[in-house]
Design a protein around this ligand. Structure first.
Ligand code: ATP
Length: 237
């Protein structure tokens, strides 16, 4: 089996008195695409925020590349290769597409940023066409592409995607999942958080199901996709 890149054990996170994550454990191995699915409010985003240092866990351990990263700031983690595309994208509205991509490479010290921008344009031709357009004037789907492209500019060792399909038109949803698959097949390890369980498990190697702050099921993605309990709870069958 390949190396464990990210390992979360017994994670508990609370907002004041509200326990949002009640003991979640998961791991992501090198080269995998792992999907974390679950209903609204299950604790998926909270888990990602704790992994990336945006929220402080109450209990549990988070290891990246074999070392504890608990308590480290988000910026520091990006530098080490743990990069998140947040829900709601978070692009810089008053900057152009090219400038947004350059911002994604801010933590890098090598001289290959321009080459990587061209690689991102190869994955997202739409961004290339609009390279001088202000990010704030783009559609939701285009902004999602830009947010993903910007994250790739940091050369992630593990890419965390929070609900990339949220709020997009059906055609754009197709496009975004195609691109997630493309990024994975080019070699990036991905943890994908999604409410769209069938699409997310359809692409993934493995999956975790989160319900009310707990991981209730896990395993091979296709097995989960065919599981009657998963189909009843998350695929409306
Ligand atoms: P969604 O798909 O809606 O984003 P999720 O699975 O990502 O759902 P979280 O956003 O992690 O779920 O929310 C988990 C729980 O924590 C929910 O009950 C939510 O109401 C609560 N919660 C999230 N953010 C906050 C906050 N800033 N303050 C208080 N409670 C919060």
């Amino acid at each position: 089996m390949s190396e464990i890149m990210l390992k979360v054990s017994g994670l508990k996170v609370a907002y004041g008195g509200i326990q949002a994550v009640k003991g979640a454990s998961l791991e992501v191995r090198q080269g995998e695409l792992v999907s974390l699915i679950g209903a609204n409010g299950a604790g998926k985003t909270t888990t990602l925020k704790a992994i990336t240092g945006l929220l402080a866990p109450k209990e549990g351990e988070i290891e990246f590349l074999g070392r504890s990263i608990k308590g480290q700031g988000a910026w520091n983690l990006v530098e080490q290769g743990l990069v998140m595309v947040p829900e709601g994208r978070g692009t810089f509205a008053r900057m152009t597409i090219t400038e947004n991509l350059q911002m994604g490479a801010f933590v890098r010290k090598d001289g290959e940023v321009d080459e990587d921008i061209e690689k991102v344009f190869g994955i997202f031709p739409r961004l290339k066409e609009r390279r001088n357009q202000l990010a704030g004037t783009m559609s939701g789907g285009e902004q999602q592409m830009l947010a993903m492209g910007r994250a790739l500019m940091a050369r992630p060792k593990v890419l965390l995607l929070d609900e990339p399909s949220m709020g997009l038109s059906p055609i754009m949803v197709d496009k975004i999942f195609e691109v997630v698959n493309d990024i994975h097949s080019r070699g990036t390890t991905i943890l994908l958080v999604e409410q769209n369980a069938s699409r997310a498990l359809g692409l993934a190697n493995r999956g975790y199901v989160m319900d009310s702050g707990e991981v209730t099921m896990s395993g091979d993605a296709k097995t989960l996709l065919n599981d009657p309990k998963v189909r009843a709870a998350y695929l409306g069958e």
